[in-house]
Design a protein around this ligand. Structure first.
Ligand SMILES: [Zn+2]
Length: 119
């Protein structure tokens, strides 16, 4: 298993900031309607490994389809740096947009394709 590390991340304007502890594996590129348009690279962590440091009041929630997953974005700069939802066992999960983490070499990641379009 790769090592877990604590990363900082957030939106473009800096209002939304968070910390997340993750091994950055797997990182998924998904072809579902929202991932494709937003260009997400996602990794998932249990809610306990995620801490929103600032920007809660700047987030606008966005939901679609079955409205199970929250896709919040910064109302100031429009960047969607994470999402929240529940895993198969109903535990709270956070989807981290790996593109929004500080100091991550995206070219060094192994990206797994996920066929979310077919779900
Ligand atoms: Zn912002």
């Amino acid at each position: 298993m790769p090592d877990m590390q604590t990363y900082s991340g957030g939106c473009h304007c800096g209002r939304v900031r968070y910390q997340v502890t993750t091994a950055l594996e797997p990182v998924m590129s998904c072809n579902c309607s929202i991932c494709q348009k937003r260009g997400y690279l996602l990794t998932f962590v249990p809610r306990a490994q995620f801490k929103l440091l600032s920007g809660e009041d700047d987030l606008t929630d966005y939901q679609f389809n079955k409205k199970i997953v929250h896709h919040p974005f910064c109302a100031s700069c429009g960047i969607s740096s994470f999402g929240t939802g529940t895993g198969p066992d109903q535990s709270e999960m956070v989807a981290i947009n790996v593109r929004c983490l500080d100091d991550v070499d995206l070219d060094g990641l192994t990206i797994t394709s996920f066929d979310g379009k077919s779900l």
